[in-house]
Design a protein around this ligand. Structure first.
Ligand code: NAP
Length: 244
């Protein structure tokens, strides 16, 4: 049975990804930072599917906690076959000139540093086993840049650079590294959007709607699985055609 650690798995895309992995028979480490009851409830739900599922608290922006997260996941699941870096936050939309240094640092520390800390801790175990896959979660803004989303765009572009560099670095160890870049997905992260905002976004999207967490999860699970065994260093957009 294969095992996966998913950061930011308590809600949204990460939770949908955890459900999909479990349905496909994977053991799952469900990382959360603050949403303890959601993560515990999700782990119970996944255990009901006959897989091992463990909730693990860790703020991935804290290097010691990120390392502890990986160690706890490896111990609980008997090693890891895949790591999904999905933990992320967004800032209120604002001009870069109105962004404080603290906001910039917080965004970077969760969305980019958190990937570094998690992967730095997880890669040695994957290399020892000479197999494995990593999926990072970026965003369409990491590809195109979003006005009034500069820190988020910078972090998500960083995730793409990290993915490509690691794909080259880890390919010889039989470890694949890919990235999913979602468009607008229906999660709490977009809870601030008004009905008018949503209509405008839907009109901008060739498929005429926003995406579901399950649709992003399908791409993540595909890239993590052996179905993508000859794919590495790629960015798979799940955005209804918003960015073509
Ligand atoms: P969400 O519903 O707000 O969920 C965010 C998840 O990240 C939660 O599980 C949260 O856990 C976790 N998280 C936040 N800070 C954390 C930290 N410091 N340490 C560990 N976990 C942390 O967001 P989402 O829409 O599912 O987003 C998931 C990923 O997709 C993010 O990387 C986001 O940038 C990316 N994305 C989303 C969209 C979209 O339209 N929704 C589009 C493009 C990319 P707690 O609740 O426990 O804190």
């Amino acid at each position: 049975m294969s095992s996966v650690l998913i950061t930011g798995a308590s809600r949204g895309i990460g939770a949908a990804t955890a459900r999909l992995f479990a349905r496909e028979g994977w053991n799952v480490a469900v990382n959360y930072s603050r949403s303890r009851s959601e993560a515990e409830e999700l782990a119970r739900e996944l255990s009901g599917l006959g897989v091992r599922a463990v909730p693990i608290q860790a703020d991935v922006s804290d290097p010691e906690r990120a390392e502890g997260l990986v160690r706890e996941a490896e111990e609980a699941l008997g090693g890891l076959d895949a790591v999904v870096c999905g933990a992320g936050i967004a800032l209120p939309q604002q001009l870069l000139t109105n962004t404080t240094a603290e906001q910039w640092r917080r965004l970077m520390s969760v969305d980019l540093d958190g990937m570094f800390y998690t992967l730095k801790a997880a890669i040695p175990g994957l290399v020892r086993r000479k197999r494995g896959s990593i999926v990072t979660v970026s965003s369409m803004w990491g590809l195109t840049g979003g006005s009034c989303e500069a820190p988020y765009s910078a972090a998500k572009a960083g995730a793409i650079g990290l993915t490509k560099a690691l794909a080259k670095e880890l390919g010889p160890s039989n470890i694949r590294v890919n990235c999913v870049a979602p468009g607008v997905i229906d999660t709490d992260m977009n809870g601030h959007l008004t009905a008018e905002d949503l209509v405008a976004l839907e009109e901008e999207t060739p498929l005429g709607r926003i995406g579901t967490p399950e649709e992003a999860a399908q791409a993540i699970c595909f890239l993590a699985s052996d179905r993508a065994s000859f794919i590495t260093g790629q960015v798979l957009q799940v955005d209804g055609g918003m960015v073509i």
